[in-house]
Design a protein around this ligand. Sequence first.
Ligand code: MG
Length: 170
Amino acid sequence: MEDESRVGMGFDAHQFAPEDAGRPLMLAGVAIPHTQGLAGHSDADVALHALVDALLGAAALGDIGAYFPSSDERWRGAASGAFVTAAAQALAGDGWRIVNVDATIVAERPRLSPHVAAMRVSIAGLLGLPVERISVKSKTTDGMGFTGRAEGIACCVVAMIARGEPGDGR
Ligand code: MG
């Protein structure tokens, strides 16, 4: 088969839960020390949710809501890593392999740069890829908007997938 590659992008945003909600802040499958976690039906891991949408989007397989609807009690409090592995399996079933992932997490606080290395390792583990193929970047919005006011955290992810004969570097 002739080599074929595609890109997909995913976006997600969740608001912070109240401090007394006792929710952990989960980002890319890593528990980040902070006074607040994110609100959501599952563990509210915005980075993994955006990753799932990037993977499904690259293969034109729909979106996270179609696979894991928040109306489904099975996913209440679910660890979002399960969504990622299921999406990766769906892609593999169509003959796709994941080439690389690039994520940008937008948060005014907490400061995420000390956790970037752990988040890369976490995503690499979920996808079974070398960590060199996984990029995680953290940004602020200079105090502007809902992320700037620290009302929540947003994440954008781009993923490339390919199938066919692996070419140079893939
Ligand atoms: Mg979400």
